[in-house]
Design a protein around this ligand. Structure first.
Ligand code: AMP
Ligand code: MN
Ligand code: MN
Ligand code: MN
Length: 276
């Protein structure tokens, strides 16, 4: 069975529509795909409809990736098997959407000060859904010639040390976990190796995540070494958590393709162990 439990569509900053994504999943022979757009569940109905109408051999897991704030770090929490109609979850996502909009306007103001005009409108042209992400600003900056690629756009403008960095107002981790649980989902700490935390800080993060009743950790992810995979598996067991895997697919870029993460080590318990 091929599982990929972390992916994005045009509802947030992915490049494929929900329909294109589920078709790509089938082409890549996935059995189970979770769509986990940033702070939105609006890509799910189209994906569900396409699977049903075309009778695609794919199980869709309703998911979301919530941006949170922990000790001044941006930490992403993935919710899997959520009830996307749940009122508490919808309320949290509406607040996140509003904060995203405020941040986007502030980023645009800062960009104007370094002679990048109309960036908010520009970013919106790349955003196909309601979510305006820094990834959309990045695409705009590259296409307008302000950066040679997305990486440089983040380094120069959008990342923490960039000219146009605006600290986000994301919810705390426990609020995200509580909303995911209210929606009957499982909460997974996304891509733990990508936060630039020291080993001590990462353990402190997982300690808090566990205390807030988080369920699992993404052990197998994109952009990681084998050493990192085994280290995360060890931490997962140490904290008695479940293990997840996901490519964090955003489109056919040079990052990992859908369904191509390394297999989970045998000594962890997969997050799907009791899924029906
Ligand atoms: P946001 O959620 O609006 O803060 O935007 C963050 C998104 O931008 C992430 O989900 C990635 O898709 C993308 N991103 C973040 N950092 C980089 C980077 N250095 N290079 C390319 N894309 C990035
Ligand atoms: Mn993204
Ligand atoms: Mn993420
Ligand atoms: Mn992601």
């Amino acid at each position: 069975m091929i599982f990929d439990l972390h992916s994005h569509t045009t509802a947030s900053d992915g490049l494929l529509t929900p329909t294109e994504l589920v078709r790509h999943a089938v082409n890549n022979q996935l059995d189970v795909l979770a769509i986990t757009d940033h702070d939105t569940v609006k890509g799910l109905p189209e994906a569900q409809a396409t699977i049903a109408q075309a009778n695609l051999p794919l199980k869709l897991i309703c998911g979301v990736e919530i941006s949170t704030s922990w000790r001044n770090n941006e930490i992403h929490i993935v919710g899997l098997n959520i009830d996307s109609q749940n009122e508490a979850l919808i309320q949290l996502l509406l607040t996140q959407e509003k904060n995203r909009l405020d941040r986007a306007l502030a980023i645009s103001d800062k960009l104007a000060r370094v002679s990048v005009q109309n960036a908010y409108r520009g970013a919106c042209d790349y955003a196909k859904g309601d979510i305006v992400s820094r990834a959309h600003f990045g695409r705009f900056l590259v296409d307008q010639g302000f950066a040679k690629d997305i990486k440089q756009a983040f380094k120069k403008y959008l990342g923490k040390s960039g000219y146009a960095y605006v600290a986000p107002k994301w919810c705390p981790i426990d609020e995200a976990i509580t909303a995911i649980h209210a929606a009957n989902g499982q909460a997974v700490l996304a891509h733990p190796s990508r936060y630039d935390l020291t080993a001590t800080k990462l353990k402190a993060l997982i300690t808090d995540f566990k205390a807030f009743e988080g369920d699992g950790i993404e052990v197998s992810q994109s952009r990681q070494t084998l050493e990192d995979l085994y280290y995360l598996a060890k931490l997962t067991n140490e904290f008695d958590l479940l293990a997840s895997q996901g490519s964090d697919f955003h489109g056919l870029t040079n990052y990992l393709d859908l369904g191509k993460t390394a297999s989970l080590p045998n000594n962890v318990r997969p997050i799907w162990y009791n899924w029906s």
